[in-house]
Design a protein around this ligand. Sequence first.
Ligand SMILES: Cc1c2[nH]c(c1CCC(=O)O)Cc1[nH]c(c(CCC(=O)O)c1C)Cc1[nH]c(c(CCC(=O)O)c1C)Cc1[nH]c(c(C)c1CCC(=O)O)C2
Length: 360
Amino acid sequence: MTEEIKFPELKNDIFLKACKGEEVPRVPVWIMRQAGRYLPEFKQVRADVDFFTVCRSPELACKVTLQPLDRFPLDAAIIFSDILVVPQAMGLEVQMIPGKGPHFPNPVRDPAELSRVEFPVNVYEKLGYVFDALTLTRQRLEGRVPLIGFTGAPWTLMTYCIEGGGGSNMSNCKTWIYKHPQESHKFLQMLTRVCIDYLLGQIKAGAQALQVFDSWAVELSPELYKEFGIPYLVQIGKEVKAQYPDIPLICFAKGANYALEELSESGAYDVLGLDWTIDPKTAREYVGDRVSLQGNLDPCVLYAGDQVIRQETEKMLASFGTRRYIANLGHGMHPTHPIEGPASFVDAVHSISEKMINKN
Ligand SMILES: Cc1c2[nH]c(c1CCC(=O)O)Cc1[nH]c(c(CCC(=O)O)c1C)Cc1[nH]c(c(CCC(=O)O)c1C)Cc1[nH]c(c(C)c1CCC(=O)O)C2
């Protein structure tokens, strides 16, 4: 194992403090997909370079990670990459088709094809470029804010591997679940192992917090998610925590509001992310004081102009309160969002929450 890398001292730790439920002078805010196509400077980088080439070039990945931070006073950076680098590391081809999204030319349609999936994976060999991007970015951040690493959750990754892309009704993947439950568990367990090694590598490379994205949790019934989703999320959180108890772990299981209670009781995560389909007070009732919450402004609010953004942000803050809370959207930025949207949102979170905290 390599020696621990030396990094610049952290100057803004309010995001890390909120993850652990400590007091903060204002509510921290970052935005899912804060680097992306709504930024002209991102589009400029992408004009000449393919999406996964950006991911594989530490200099470029670092550059686009820092772009939103140079525009907005965000309280955390998230490394520029994609959840689909994990299937790539397992030998599956993934293309990013402009205007359409990810595409697997040869999805794993049948359990007999599991032999095509490379396992075990040496993440240092296959995903070393992500680790290099994290180390470089943490250096270049100069301690401005903490750096978040991430992975897709096993269930969400499995849906892409089997369906070959988004936008389907998950019929192939659900056929696996219903018809081949054992093989489904086998595939999920393989993905879980790689996710754990990948997250541990990200911490060693400089990630100061980690988020697990289960973007397609919403596709499973509560009963199926309990069997095919939650246990793997818990395994990931527990194994990473066993080695790095101080690194905050965030779980964003989009649409699985019914899972909040169980996830909060598992002890595997410090923070649970919410989309906009749940009222903050209801979410807090489910999770008690066991975890911090993150979210959950409807991304479409960012189309509505400064006044509406401030009004909706104020309502959101009033409902979450300022403790054990990280402001974010309920899902990622859209490519069509106006650039003024995040500016108003970030400023509203900071100024309104600061007033709320000073009143107390
Ligand atoms: C499901 C998922 C993916 N990727 C990711 C998820 C989970 C989060 C979510 O649910 O949104 C995660 C992701 N993808 C990207 C990041 C970067 C970090 C950030 O700024 O948040 C993160 C955290 C960059 C990206 N990943 C992608 C882009 C846009 C593609 C481009 O630049 O051409 C970016 C900036 C492409 C991508 N990658 C993926 C899809 C479905 C798409 C197409 C979406 C679209 O076109 O809007 C898979």
